[in-house]
Ligand binder design. Structure first.
Ligand SMILES: [Ca+2]
Length: 199
């Protein structure tokens, strides 16, 4: 049976903790941050990639790809609209034995901090065209690979967000290759990427 005194002691001891928690909560509201678990989609939207490098050089960037579906060229992965996609031509899919790729070459060396790839969500073809595992490569002006990472894109995680440990200088070209995809799970035997953002 606790005495009145011990109850008061407990209440006093708890008070600073409650105060700190309240302050942290209001701080997170004011700063627009949250420590709570939130869906990846929401988090990505909040911490959106500024796409500053593509924006700055867009007109001079040379896009290329292994193939494209007529009317769905590589440009659609660089138009800042997540609901428009680049689609490969029929039969160009890792699931069907090829290595589909898309690349953007800058007119000059750039310093890259972050690349974000958004998986396909173009209606009405939202499902069955996703790249599940891809290889992101950053190359210099001589074609030397400066950075390479194989990662998931789609499936459990809708998007691939690569933040480099340190800004990487002398990058001239960005290339993304599908290593595993859903090319055998749709009627058109192709795959797609919604957007590639670079800052
Ligand atoms: Ca797009």
């Amino acid at each position: 049976m606790p005495t009145k005194l011990s109850q008061k002691v407990v209440a006093t001891a708890l008070l600073p903790g409650v105060l700190l928690w309240s302050l942290a909560l209001w701080g997170s509201v004011l700063l627009g941050t949250s420590t709570a678990q939130e869906p990846a989609e929401k988090r990505l939207a909040r911490e959106a990639n500024s796409n500053s490098l593509i924006r700055e050089h867009r007109k001079a960037i040379v896009l290329s790809n292994s193939s494209s579906w007529s009317g769905w060229p590589a440009d659609r992965a660089f138009d800042e609209n997540p609901k428009t996609s680049w689609f490969t031509a029929r039969g160009d899919a890792a699931a069907l034995g090829t290595k589909p790729w898309i690349a953007a070459e800058f007119p000059a060396d750039v310093t890259v901090k972050r690349i974000t790839l958004l998986s396909n969500r173009e209606p009405p073809w939202e499902t069955g065209y996703t790249i599940l595992v891809g290889r992101l490569e950053l190359l210099d002006g001589d074609g030397v690979v400066l950075f390479s990472r194989d990662d998931e894109l789609g499936g459990e995680r809708a998007d691939m967000d690569v933040r480099l440990k340190a800004p990487l200088a002398k990058v001239r070209k960005i290339r993304f290759t599908s290593l595993r995809d859903e090319g055998d799970q749709n009627p058109y035997d192709d795959i797609a990427i919604g957007e590639i953002l670079v800052e």
